[in-house]
Design a protein around this ligand. Structure first.
Ligand code: M6R
Length: 603
């Protein structure tokens, strides 16, 4: 997820607007930033690795004036965060500039083709193919037609803005899946990834549809749909405050990030499954490397560790390869016995967790190969590991991890299928079902309105228990952590069959128990455990797959039926929302819970 902005007007205020807009979009990415402004028939381009402030400082001594420009704040996906990889990206002669959000899936093929035709590439990004395609298709003469022709060559989910030195009064914009909105001003129009960027200047806006191509001038906005037909899109009046707009209108980043999950899952899956097979290279691994793996050890902390617990079941079930999962702070000190043929999988949203990094160093000292599962391109983990699979969830701002967790599980699911493929076992149906998860996620989110009330109820209690078996136990552990960390209630997760070995003593009249039942094979046993706690007076709320019946809970929270191995990503959503609404009911600081930091870079 990156932030893009554009300005085209009759006065020369492009630069101040671009910097202000980028500052408002910095929550979408902050590893580098850049702008391009058309100035006297040439492009002035400035880009800096690091926070936006570095770019602002670089521009204080220049006198860039222009009435048309584009800007970008980056969350790296393809290519490390460097000055060269920052956007805008340019054609060979620096006369066409492009800023882009999303992923161009087929960029390697296009890059090879363009290089063979003599184009000179300067970055590692997927984006750079766009300005070179525009150059190839005559963008300096007719920018709109060149964009149409280039767009027909691209696959992926993205939005981009293009300007050229020869068109000082227009921006051509394309939206395919990634968000893009137009702000309508007085003889000035704006473009941005979301309304926040231009709300101080105008509240009249048009949301581009998927497949739209728009030509924006100071006095006009022409929109063509995916079939090239000129269309009018409704003009909206946005009455959010600036603060609300930054969070997409949601009261907290956590809720925004929970709601973003279907989009994050689609980004994570993009280009990784083809014709019922996982594309190994798209995970950062080769079929040969996967074939050589005899054992897997996963190391991580907190929520990422819980993703590893899900990953263990997936890999063992699908690939039949033994997996250990370890909390990084334990792994690094317990002198683990690791033999050749072991792949160490280090999972970390930030890629900066000190204990996880120390575990990686230890594994490397022992001569083992490390595969990183991380959300952060350019992080220490991404640099230290031998190879990386990115989760592509976009920046996660709330301390409580939500979309990073479910994308970690998705990537581990793909890893499990790829490992099975290497053993000669393909799972084409399962791979296809994985692709339907973003849609299923949307329906879970729209069905969860009632959890608000359950959160209010839960907020009245002191202790909450989570129970489940198999994958549901792994998920229960994440459910209790979410609740604890933002609502400050005491919560514990138990393997449901373990209750009678001690914890059952704590169950008394009215104690809330959240039971998770998504695994048909274990359903009868899990139902007995629900009966056990109910017999002691517990009030049971059950997250249940729609294909399981007869669960004797006080309240059912159904999720759509899917392959049992894929249920955790869907079942995670009600657990996240339950924690969220409980914390809100208690009036806690949801996004910044006490005593916690987003990234734990110390031991
Ligand atoms: O950045 P990481 O994934 O390495 O962070 C690990 C944990 O600190 C993190 O998952 C933490 O448990 C979450 N904030 C909990 O929601």
């Amino acid at each position: 997820m990156c932030g893009i902005v554009g300005f085209v007007g009759e006065d020369e205020n492009a630069l101040p607007f671009l910097l202000e807009g980028l500052q408002r979009l910095e929550y979408r990415g902050y590893d580098s930033a850049g702008v391009a402004v058309v100035q006297e028939n040439h492009l002035t381009v400035e880009k800096r690795q690091g926070k936006l402030q570095r770019l602002v400082e670089a521009l204080t001594t220049t006198s860039v004036r222009g009435s048309c420009g584009i800007g970008h704040t980056r969350w790296a996906t393809h290519g490390r965060p460097t000055d060269q990889n920052a956007h805008p990206q340019l054609d060979c002669h620096g006369q066409i500039a492009v800023v882009h959000n999303g992923i161009i899936e087929n960029y390697q093929t296009l890059k090879a083709e363009l290089m063979a035709r003599g184009h000179h590439f300067r970055s590692e990004t997927d984006t750079e193919v766009i300005p070179h395609l525009l150059e190839e298709y005559g963008g300096l003469d007719d920018l709109k037609t060149a964009v149409e022709r280039a767009e027909a060559r691209l696959t992926g989910a993205y939005a981009f803005l293009a300007i050229s030195a020869t068109h000082p009064d227009q921006i051509v914009a394309v939206r395919r899946s990634s968000p893009l909105v137009v702000g309508l001003g007085e003889r000035t129009n704006y473009l941005a990834s979301d309304f926040t960027a231009f709300l101080r200047h105008t509240r009249r806006a048009v949301v581009l549809d998927n497949g739209d191509l728009a030509v924006i001038r100071p006095w006009s906005v022409e929109i063509h749909d995916a079939n090239g037909v000129a269309v009018e899109r409704p003009v909206l009046h946005i009455d959010w405050t600036l603060d609300q707009a930054e969070r997409g209108g949601y009261p907290h980043f956590m809720l925004k990030e929970i709601m973003e999950q279907p989009e994050a899952w689609a980004d994570c899956l993009l280009g990784r499954i083809e014709r019922g097979r996982v594309v190994e290279e798209a995970l950062g691994l080769t079929a040969e490397e996967l074939k050589a793996i005899r054992r897997v050890v996963m190391v991580a902390a907190g929520t990422a560790y819980h993703a590893g617990l899900v990953g263990r079941v997936l890999v063992e079930s699908l690939a039949g390869i033994p997996v250990e999962v370890d909390v990084a702070s334990e792994f690094r000190y317990r002198r683990p016995l690791l033999e050749p043929g072991t792949l160490v999988v280090a999972i970390s949203q930030s890629g900066e967790t000190a204990d996880t990094l120390a575990s990686v160093s230890l594994a490397k000292e022992m001569g083992l190969k490390v595969w990183a599962v991380t959300n952060t391109v350019g992080s220490t983990l991404a640099r230290e590991a031998d190879t990386v699979g990115y989760t592509y969830a976009g920046p996660e701002i709330a301390v409580a991890s939500t979309k990073a967790y479910t994308t970690q599980i998705l990537l581990l699911t793909l890893f499990a299928i790829a490992l099975a493929q290497a053993q000669g076992r393909a799972y084409p149906e399962l791979a296809e079902q994985v692709l339907s998860l973003p849609e299923a996620g949307k329906s879970v989110l729209s069905a969860m309105q009632g959890l608000h009330g359950l959160g209010q109820e839960l907020a009245q209690h002191r202790d909450v228990f989570f129970i489940g078996r198999g994958l549901d136990w792994a998920l229960a552990q994440e459910g209790q952590l979410k609740l604890k960390e933002i609502s400050y209630l005491h919560a514990e997760a138990y393997a449901a069959g373990e209750l009678k070995h001690g914890t059952l003593a704590l169950i008394e009249e009215g104690v809330p128990v959240i039971a998770i039942l998504t695994q048909p094979e274990l359903a009868d046993k899990a139902i007995s455990n629900v009966l056990e706690v109910k017999a002691r007076g517990a009030r049971v709320w059950a997250v249940v797959s729609a294909n399981l019946s007869g669960v004797p809970a006080d309240r059912l929270i159904p999720i759509p039926a899917t392959a049992p191995l894929l249920a955790p990503v869907l079942a995670a959503i009600p657990l996240q929302l339950l924690a969220y609404w409980t914390a809100v009911s208690r009036g806690e600081d949801v996004d910044q819970p006490r005593n916690l930091a987003k990234s734990v870079t110390v031991e």
